[in-house]
Design a protein. Structure first.
Length: 153
């Protein structure tokens, strides 16, 4: 067997192994690679990428289920259904608000679960879906409500 001199270390690299020698097995490294590959395949197969991907255009739809034509002084409970890819989301977390410019026409009651119509005109109710699974800008929409009766705007 021959050895190569190493001028940097003042010694030798070690024996030269012929190229037809059997490769050395590294079971721990090979096991880690196999587990990583299995994890990637299982993640793709289970649709894990769908869970963490952002919803595409039209994937989230808000449906206003309450009255949109209100009489002055009327209190209406807020009922909104959220559909994701056509399927209703169970108990979606929603942020509901009324723009400051519209609070003289409609307003949220103190509990935040109803709208009160104050005077005639039109006002918007803004709705935003709060979800830890969405990235970027959360899906949102605005519903236009009309109030009749009472003093005009």
């Amino acid at each position: 067997m021959r050895t190569l001199p190493s001028p940097a270390f003042g010694g030798q690299f070690g024996p030269i192994v012929p190229s037809d020698a059997a490769p050395q097995l590294r079971p721990a490294r090979d096991l880690r690679r196999a587990l990583a590959l299995c994890g990637a395949v299982l993640g793709a197969g289970c649709g894990l990428s769908d869970v963490f991907s952002t919803p595409g255009a039209g994937a989230v739809v808000f449906v206003w289920e309450s009255d949109s034509l209100l009489g002055s002084g009327q209190v209406v409970p807020i009922h909104i259904t959220v559909l994701a890819d056509g399927e209703p989301l169970p108990a979606p977390r929603l942020l509901v608000s009324v723009p400051v410019d519209d609070t003289d026409i409609i307003a949220l009651v103190a509990t935040g679960d109803s709208i009160i119509a104050k005077r005639s005109g039109g006002g918007d109710v803004l709705v935003e879906l709060l979800s830890s699974l969405t990235t970027g800008v959360p899906p949102d929409t605005a519903f236009r409500l009309r109030v009749t009766g009472g003093p005009p705007r």
